[in-house]
Design a binder for this molecule. Structure first.
Ligand code: SF4
Length: 181
């Protein structure tokens, strides 16, 4: 699997292809796509040291629900208002962690791991169903999470011939220009 610090550079090289692959995946059988992604999630997370990576904690801005706010504030022995004032900011009417990297990220990992927001627990959502509705997020997360990047690379191999044909048709219909990948 790709090292977390190599991800941005590598993603630049495949981003055009990954965005096109996303439109291709939208036309695939959703249950089969869920099965493939969920299986890869299981295998890849069993090998990954998330503490050593922590890319999502440095990049993603998790949204906190009321339950998250109350649980974490309680753990920190703060009132919900104090917690909001010290750690959160409002964005589009939602409460999000106010700084990146996350202020709770320490050398040894997440300081509030057992109390962390639901959004952090679920990230990168590759264990969930209805992957077909999460494809935009998944392409964006190819730049953040080595596991999502790897899942995309594997999917491109699995659907290699069908994707090649899809690309050919898109070029033939002048929807995209050919490029070397
Ligand atoms: S979920 Fe992905 S980005 Fe976050 S720490 Fe684990 S491997 Fe890294």
């Amino acid at each position: 699997m790709l090292a977390p610090d190599k991800l941005k550079e590598k993603f630049k090289k495949v981003s055009k292809e990954n965005w096109l692959f996303r439109t291709f995946l939208k036309g695939q059988e959703p249950d089969e796509l869920d099965r493939l992604v969920n299986e890869m999630h299981k295998e890849l997370f069993s090998k990954m040291d998330c503490v050593a990576c922590s890319n999502c904690c440095k990049t993603i801005v998790p949204v906190l629900k009321n339950d998250d706010i109350l649980r974490i504030a309680n753990h920190l022995e703060l009132s919900a208002d104090e917690f909001k004032k010290n750690y959160l900011k409002e964005m589009d009417g939602k409460w999000v962690i106010g700084a990146r990297p996350c202020p709770f990220l320490k050398k040894q990992g997440c300081e509030i791991y057992d109390y962390r927001p639901e959004n952090c627990k679920e990230y990168p959502y590759t264990h969930k169903n209805e992957i077909v509705f999460r494809l935009i997020n998944l392409v964006e997360n190819c730049e953040v999470c080595p596991i999502v990047f790897e899942i995309f690379e594997r999917l491109k191999k699995i659907y290699k011939d069908e994707f090649k044909e899809y690309k050919r048709q898109m070029v033939a219909s002048n929807i995209i220009r050919p490029w070397k990948s």
